[in-house]
Design a protein around this ligand. Sequence first.
Ligand SMILES: Cc1cc2nc3c(=O)[nH]c(=O)nc-3n(C[C@H](O)[C@H](O)[C@H](O)COP(=O)(O)OP(=O)(O)OC[C@H]3O[C@@H](n4cnc5c(N)ncnc54)[C@H](O)[C@@H]3O)c2cc1C
Length: 401
Amino acid sequence: MSAASSQEALRREVRDWLSQNVDAGWRAAMTDSEQEAFFALQKEWFSELVKAGYATPHWPEGWPGGGRSLAEQKIIYEEVARADAPRLILYFVALYHAACTLFECGSAEQQSRYLPAILEGEIWCQGFSEPNAGSDLASLKTRAVRQGDHYVITGQKTWSTMAQYADRCLLLARTDKGERPQAGLTYLLLDMRARGVTVRPISQITGDDEFAEIFFDEVEVPVEDRIGEEGAGWAVAQTTLASERGLTLVELSQRMRYALPLIVDAMRRSDRLDDAAIRRDFGRLITHVDAACALADRYLLKRISGDEAPGDASIVKLYYARTLREFTALGKRIAGLDGQYHRGFMRGATQETGNWTVDFMNSYNWSIAGGSDEIQRNIIAERMLGMPREPRDWTLKGQGA
Ligand SMILES: Cc1cc2nc3c(=O)[nH]c(=O)nc-3n(C[C@H](O)[C@H](O)[C@H](O)COP(=O)(O)OP(=O)(O)OC[C@H]3O[C@@H](n4cnc5c(N)ncnc54)[C@H](O)[C@@H]3O)c2cc1C
């Protein structure tokens, strides 16, 4: 079978499976849902996807569902977006950030200890950012002091997605001052149930508490849970950050495309289907959504052919974040007073739900998470366009580096 026809067969297979397995009522069940309902839906959907082999197409061959080419992964993510299946918000860090880091930098023993647990449904969080270390991540201050066969951790992390539910944390901590701030960092896998860990969820303006602060009070981490050498955590962290870029934006751009009818729905409800100004702005949005999908596709093609250049991923992220804000702002504007009404939030939802006030507020996530818009612009300017670097060495350009 040619590559094209086997990909077409995969698309049909995934589409059929999704049509039989996605419960169309999941969104309604999640609005204002209690934690238990959210957990139940996430767990059930996660285990269904793992069983079908669609949760881990990016894992290497030999693992369930693994060994898929980038083109095949893209098909799976596109179909998941088309089917409007729930996003795996509880498992995202485990499946991508943790697994990719373990595959690239973990020892064979660490891989065999942690990867099966991830497939069983262990939840992980990422503990990188601190109150004074976000874009400039290398200035982080959480300390790890070696004492015999373990490290003792003291400090604080913040904005850690789903940390209040996590079993384990990808932790970046300082073991040494180092000549450059990046030099003294060490990468550890921390048990969130260990003595001395306190998690405080952060209440958001939407009503959700999607992320949390984590406090470490002399928490012990065995040396065997260190990834890479002591002081070499910066390079490991780059692997984790790179995994965030993966195909996420291919899926999210497609989700935005399939959500465009929400705008038509808002126009119909507010009797503005014939409003020329709204039609013009909707037309413009459609072209921007198409461009976001095309940029994500082009990025993927570059990765497939090994032509990825510095700054390519930043362009995709920057454009997606801008278009998502435009999408939700237009929905909110069309819905008028009705769009101002806060209908509660939907745990683990996609970015576009038609609950416009919450969608609009959530759309700003993408301009900050994984490296802010300004940081993406710096990367494009300096690494792609060859413009002069900032006068001061900001060291990281951080979470987007
Ligand atoms: C939805 C979401 C999920 C997140 N999940 C996690 C997580 O799971 N784990 C984790 O560790 N972190 C997480 N974060 C944190 C995220 O990585 C940081 O918020 C981000 O890196 C920005 O850091 P900061 O908030 O400290 O802002 P700062 O770095 O203080 O930036 C403040 C402002 O200054 C600008 N700025 C900073 N430096 C420069 C510069 N050199 N040039 C120009 N402008 C600059 C920024 O663009 C921004 O507008 C998450 C954030 C969000 C929004």
